[in-house]
Design a binder for this molecule. Structure first.
Ligand code: ZN
Length: 139
């Protein structure tokens, strides 16, 4: 398990980035992973076709919290299409094989969950929730 909990994951879990709720969000969604009990809410502001602000809130295990924290940094300033493409690439990273066309940055630290199938849902929860938010569900 030590390999799974790399330092960058522990750091994001201890000091989550962009945690909270954007009250004036243009898009929002909530997600739940019953297998682990993780809960996450994503709020974001889309302006001029870009993710201008994004925050996550909720509680869960270290993997779900770190993934959500990294997500907020990774999708900031992207178009919804770019954010969706990154989400799909992230799913590939943690289930199968990483895309060679994507610079995963810190997200690569989560690749180890593919050896722990029960944790994949922890890692992908925030990303599924982001996609729901971008689709306007629950906005
Ligand atoms: Zn979890």
């Amino acid at each position: 398990m030590r390999e799974l909990y790399q330092e960058v994951i522990l750091d994001h879990n201890k000091r989550p980035r962009n945690k909270g709720v954007i009250e004036e969000a243009s898009h929002r969604a909530e997600g739940h992973n019953p297998l682990c009990g993780d809960q996450v809410a994503i709020t974001l502001v889309l302006r001029d076709g870009l993710v201008e602000q994004v925050k996550f809130d909720g509680q869960g295990c270290a993997i779900s919290t770190a993934s959500a924290s990294m997500l907020t940094e990774a999708v900031l300033g992207k178009t919804p299409e770019e954010a969706r493409a990154l989400s799909h690439a992230f799913y590939e990273l943690v289930t199968d094989h990483a895309s060679s066309e994507i610079d995963y940055g810190e997200l690569a630290a989560l690749e180890g969950v593919k050896d722990f199938p029960t944790r994949v849902k922890c890692a992908t929860l925030a990303w599924h929730t982001l996609e729901s938010a971008l689709e306007g569900k629950g906005a």
